[in-house]
Design a protein around this ligand. Structure first.
Ligand SMILES: [Zn+2]
Length: 359
């Protein structure tokens, strides 16, 4: 059983599989399953934004000082939910989610790793992610990991994981050690993602660490830093011509795309007055309509505005399970938005994600 912290640390060191700890919480998948009907018909519900922890990469990195972030998560109160599967399924049943796309906790992304180690880490992470998803076929699908700091390797990892594990998409972070993910050196990765037609889920990993303006209460590297990182990543993709170079990518931005969709008028204004934007084919707000965004904006007014800016056909449900920032009632987040048609509700709650993930 995983319960006391000491046992959790042993779990990390032994690299045991997630299944062992899943039973520890006493939560079973016997919670009655909420079934959503829209217009009298059962509607498919898909959560594109859930995370997991896999302990098996730990033996490869435990002696590295950079691995401390991964060690800290083990003592978090939600660790059992993060590393388990039955509690995950029980919560999906309670919430009414049919399918969850599971990506790794961002602490698993080790951009400091040299090529040989990076390759081993991602191979074991993707293998364990595939095993987690295989425990409940049809309920869990994997968004694999890649070593984005090594773009050629990342392109190969995507190809291999698609072939071996059938992952319909991959999660990347919003920057790579301070470098923009839209910088030309990452083109080999993006070219491959476009060619394979996989979903690329852009997820921040905190921002402002070490900057004293982000210190103090409010958990600002997450609360403010995360949406800020996504805002910057998407802004560079728009203003630097990246989206003109890769128009067929299927990009999903976490947390409703950060602050950008709620204040894109300022970007449109800059586009109109900054001579350096003359080469752009469209206004920033028009580029937003080529991307996808999750629903995690924490208010029905905010979600209504996001829908107005990017279109109901560009939004997928996301919970951020099982972190403290996660939505507890993701279906109701959508159903409470005023003025949505049944078709729009169906699209946001599952149909669009199902199409992107080829479910
Ligand atoms: Zn997340």
């Amino acid at each position: 059983m995983i319960g006391p912290m000491r046992d959790r640390r042993e779990f990390l060191k032994s690299g045991l599989m997630f299944c062992g700890c899943a039973l520890a919480s006493g939560v079973r998948a016997q919670t009655s399953r909420r079934a959503l009907t829209i217009g009298g018909k059962k509607a498919l519900t898909v959560d594109l934004h859930g995370h997991c922890f896999v302990g098996d990469d730990w033996p490869l990195i435990q002696d590295r000082p950079q691995a401390k972030e991964l060690e800290r998560i083990v003592s978090a109160p939600y660790f059992t939910a993060l590393s388990g599967v039955e509690e995950r399924i029980a919560e999906m049943d309670r919430q009414g989610i049919d399918v969850q796309a599971v990506s790794l906790y961002v602490g698993h992304y080790h951009y400091w790793a040299e090529p040989e180690l990076a390759e081993k880490l991602v191979r074991i992470q993707n293998q364990k992610l595939a095993e987690l998803c295989a425990t409940h076929p049809g309920r869990l699908v994997g968004l694999g990991a890649v070593s984005l700091h090594l773009p050629e390797l990342a392109a190969r990892q995507m190809t291999e994981a698609l072939r071996e594990h059938k992952f319909p998409g991959f999660m990347i972070t919003g920057s790579v050690e301070g470098e923009e993910i839209s910088a030309p050196r990452f083109d080999p990765f993006w070219r491959k993602a476009e060619e394979l037609g996989v979903v690329i889920f852009i997820h921040p990993r905190g921002f402002g660490d070490g900057d004293r303006r982000f210190e103090g209460g409010g958990w600002l590297t997450n609360t403010v830093g995360n949406p800020l990182e996504t805002t910057l990543a998407l802004s560079h993709m728009i203003f630097d011509g990246f989206l003109d170079r890769f128009p067929r990518l299927k990009i999903v931005a976490a947390h409703g795309g950060g602050y950008l969709p709620s204040y894109v008028g300022r970007s449109d204004n800059c586009h109109a007055v900054d001579p350096r934007c003359r080469q752009m084919k469209k206004k920033p707000s028009q580029y937003l309509r080529e991307l996808y965004f999750d629903t995690l904006v924490y208010s029905s007014e905010g979600l209504r505005h996001l829908i107005d800016v990017v279109g109901a056909d560009r939004i997928v449900m996301g919970t951020d399970y099982p972190f403290p920032v996660a939505s507890r009632e993701p279906l109701d987040d959508v159903l409470s938005v005023p003025g949505l048609t049944d078709a729009e509700k169906e699209a946001i709650l599952g149909a669009t994600a199902a199409r992107l993930l080829k479910l």
